[in-house]
Design a protein around this ligand. Structure first.
Ligand code: FEO
Ligand code: CA
Ligand code: CA
Ligand code: CA
Length: 638
């Protein structure tokens, strides 16, 4: 990995200052802001907060931000853009094709029944089949074999339990099936006759569910806050669920990221008093429809209040050892984790960028104590390190603030690793518009993060009472479109505490709005989108953007169609739509084959509102799926 960082006045990125929304991006020499421009930018931000900046156009203030980029230019676009649509299928550019690799309920072993569109499986079959709602994923290749690890974020209850009249779990086996629909699926893939599919009975195949035994590692291990009746030592948790984005380490492990873990707990005592800490993480007494506490008492918070402190972590899994015990890495903090973007500092320490996807929550960075050594023993580098939270200034600079007992006033590092949100609030971190995936550039020292949307921006504080003022990387009140922020660490070293930032794109709809909600200058009628979420760089340094947004194709979202995947050139800011997903689906999860000739893409929750039969068509049950996209000429795709 090239860690060199060359701040250049020649290759700087600058969005067109006229905010015309015509898609033209001015490729101008870097212009560092003058004092006047910095002051002007602050003034614009302030006016915007006061609600008077709407007529100025987003480009007007984006242009004021200093941007530093490495000298390398990314690859060119090599496909014709795909038009927005509302079809119940996957649309790719001419010269490309796609096929379904696997869908919810596909057996991993022979002897397991094929997915049954009537029953939609049982507890026993689901435990040995692909889980539901695939999200983040990574493909590992060893000795010519291809092993996919993929998160199964949640179950689409109306569809998953659609065999029941209530469309809800009705008995203990339904709960067993639900817990097995979650977690992680590990499956060997092979290409046969030009199509990828699961290798049944592979020795690599494995299901990790909400009941799989896991080690609790790092500062929280053994702390009183993670001790339960079933685990008085506070060292062993059961299961992982609501894993959203993914990550992979240079030493070949998979990172599953526990996001909305709170929604599975409830209380048999309706008068149970929730602690402030529970409230900050969104724990509620009322069941939200999963019903897990009904057949597994550990999800009853009135009986086992510490159980909820044992989830909300990054889980490290060895995808090549089906007998290995997954490890909850508490040093990386507890919050609603999106993904884990792993890179290396100049000195070999491991740096992981982490978003907390909730309105007004924060962006984090972990830096390991130990250093990565190729071929060395790197297995526990994520066990110990320092955790930081981002503070953005309006002048295009920012700092990572370390979360220590001294800085936060909290009792111990263990407490910080469990109640991380409170620690970040204590150091006055910047409240963000829902940080989703972070991606680190492979060609220069910079990172990007999707800030998906935040209807509460400028309107309501976060759950901890922290204000959410308009400004900095969160420039619009009632933000329904989202934006992508990027930063370059000082000195090109991801372990530096200072960074420069700007907004790479501010999503919007220039056919509906003429103000800041039209989006930045690199958004136009042909590439517009909302709610960027999944994010990854390909080997050429091109940025792939996946969306999880409003697919109504109406009003403020008219002309944007279904959720989609776009490709962006970090050097020019140009964005082009590459793919459109089926109806009522999110496009999420992306990984490439080792030869870079296939890109695997996740289609999550098609038909979540009842209007899709993807991928089977006819009257089949819609099923979350992974699709493979290849070039007709067999060439490299990224
Ligand atoms: Fe599961 Fe933040 O998306
Ligand atoms: Ca997501
Ligand atoms: Ca999302
Ligand atoms: Ca999702």
């Amino acid at each position: 990995m090239d860690q060199t960082f060359v701040p250049s006045r020649e290759t700087g990125f600058s969005t067109s200052p006229d905010g015309s929304g015509d898609g033209e991006v001015a490729r101008t020499p870097e212009t560092l802001p003058t004092e006047f421009e910095t002051i002007a930018a602050r003034a614009l931000t302030r006016r915007r907060f006061l609600g008077t900046g709407a007529a100025l156009g987003v480009g007007a203030f984006l242009a004021q931000l200093p941007v530093t980029r490495p000298a390398q230019a990314a690859g060119q676009f090599d496909f014709a853009p795909v038009a927005a649509n509302t079809l119940d299928t996957v649309t790719v550019p001419g010269g490309y094709g796609w096929h379904v690799v696997t869908s919810w309920g596909d057996p991993l072993w022979s002897g397991v029944p094929e997915f049954d569109h009537q029953s939609r499986g049982t507890g026993a079959s689901q435990e040995r089949a692909m889980g539901d709602n695939n999200d983040g994923m990574e493909l590992f290749t060893t000795g010519g074999r291809h092993i996919l690890a993929v998160n199964n974020e949640y179950v689409n209850r109306k569809i998953f339990h659609g065999n029941r009249a209530s469309h809800k779990p009705e008995n203990a086996d339904d709960i067993r099936k639900s817990k097995a629909g979650h977690g992680v699926t590990i499956a060997e893939l092979a290409m046969r006759d030009g199509k990828w599919s699961i290798v049944r009975d592979s020795s690599y195949n494995r299901r990790i569910t909400a009941d799989t035994k896991m080690d609790i590692t790092g500062p929280a291990r053994g702390h009183d806050l993670v001790k339960t009746a079933a685990d008085p030592g506070g060292t062993t948790a059961l299961g992982t669920w609501n894993n959203c984005g993914s990550g992979r380490t240079p030493w070949g492990t998979y990172l599953a990221c526990e996001e909305n873990f709170n929604g599975y707990f409830s209380s048999s005592d309706p008068d149970y008093k929730l602690s402030a800490e529970m409230k900050r993480y969104g724990i509620k007494t009322k069941d939200r429809g999963y019903g897990w506490a009904g057949s597994d008492e550990r999800f009853d918070i009135s009986k086992h209040p510490n159980e909820s402190n044992r989830c909300g972590y990054i889980v490290e899994i060895d995808p090549l050892d089906p007998a290995s015990t997954p490890k909850k890495r508490t040093a990386l903090g507890r919050f609603k984790h999106e993904n884990a973007a792993v890179t290396l500092a100049t000195d070999g320490r491991v740096v992981v960028y982490l978003g907390d996807d909730e309105r007004g929550e924060f962006l984090y960075r972990f830096v390991s104590d130990g250093r990565y050594a190729e071929g060395g023993n790197n297995r526990d580098l994520l066990e110990n390190g320092r955790l930081y939270v981002a503070r953005f200034a309006d002048d295009g600079k920012g700092r990572w603030i370390e979360l220590t007992p001294e800085a936060t006033g909290m009792g111990s590092q263990a407490e910080i690793s469990i109640h991380t949100r409170q620690a970040a609030s204590a150091v006055r971190a910047t409240t963000m518009d829902r940080p989703e995936w972070v991606a680190v550039s492979p060609v220069g020292a910079e990172a990007y993060c999707c800030l998906t949307n935040n209807k509460n921006r400028g309107k309501k504080p976060n759950a901890g009472g922290d204000a959410t003022p308009v400004g900095g990387p969160n420039p619009r009140a009632a933000n329904h479109y989202g934006q992508i922020v990027r930063w370059a660490p000082d000195g090109g070293d991801h372990a530096s505490d200072g960074f420069s930032w700007n907004l790479f794109v501010v999503a919007g709809n220039p056919t509906v709005h003429k103000d800041a909600y039209a989006g930045s200058a690199n958004v136009n009628k042909d590439n517009m989108f909302n709610s960027p979420d999944g994010l990854a760089f390909d080997s050429k340094g091109r940025l792939w953007i996946q969306t999880d947004g409003n697919y109504s194709n109406a009003k403020g979202f008219a002309g944007q169609g279904n959720n989609q995947m776009l490709m962006a050139d970090p050097a020019t800011g140009e964005i082009r739509r590459f793919m459109v997903g089926p109806k009522e689906a999110e496009v999420t999860g992306i990984t490439w084959s080792a030869d870079r000739k296939t890109v695997f893409v996740g289609i999550q929750h098609p038909g979540e509102r009842g209007d899709s039969h993807f991928p089977g068509g006819g009257q089949t049950v819609p099923r979350s799926s992974i699709v493979a996209i290849t070039r007709d000429d067999g060439g490299v795709i990224g």
